[in-house]
Design a protein around this ligand. Structure first.
Ligand code: IDP
Ligand code: MG
Length: 153
């Protein structure tokens, strides 16, 4: 099964939305393969957001990602990267479609609730950046036969 990586950002911790966001992924049928709380620092954020370091909003983004600890998780499922990105919605919460996490829970471009990997390649890099191998668990949910048809597994 494909794995993807998410961060529940400080806005989610502060606004008490952790349960709401995680519940959506569990109800969808994604398996939580790893989950923990951690305090991000400038070093890891500069690597995670390397594509944005030259943008004028980067100092504000950096600060906002360190306001509280975050919750990082690895989600597993068929086509997990694309499924989780589509559940996440457009970057700016005000433009994100209703029914998406950002569309339902946020009002901001920066304080947009969640990070989700944008490709399987980046998911693999991000999982390795944030998790030790022993923090990711390979187990089978008993709900698997009710979640997928045999030819989807
Ligand atoms: P994504 O999170 O939808 O993949 P990226 O372009 O990778 O979007 O940007 C990473 C994060 O940087 C966003 O989730 C958001 O928090 C922040 N960000 C992106 N563009 C802007 C902007 O124009 N203003 C403020 N923050 C931004
Ligand atoms: Mg991105």
């Amino acid at each position: 099964m494909e794995q993807t990586f998410i961060i529940l950002k400080p806005s989610t911790i502060t606004r008490a939305l952790v349960g709401d966001v995680l519940t959506r992924f569990q109800r969808k049928g994604l398996r939580i393969a790893g989950i923990k709380m951690m305090q991000l620092d400038e070093d890891i954020l500069r690597r995670h957001y390397a594509h944005l370091v030259d943008r004028d909003f980067f100092p504000d983004l950096l600060k906002s990602m360190m306001v509280t600890p975050v919750i990082v998780a690895v989600l597993s499922g068929k086509d997990a990267v694309a499924v989780v990105r589509s559940m996440t919605g457009a970057t700016n919460c005000r433009k994100a479609a209703p029914g998406t996490i950002r569309g339902d829970f946020g009002m901001s471009g920066q304080e947009n609730i969640i990070h989700a990997s944008d490709s399987p390649e980046n998911a693999a890099i991000e999982i390795e950046r944030f998790f030790k191998p022993e923090e990711i668990f390979d187990y089978t949910l008993l709900t698997l036969p009710a979640t997928y048809a045999p030819d989807e597994l």
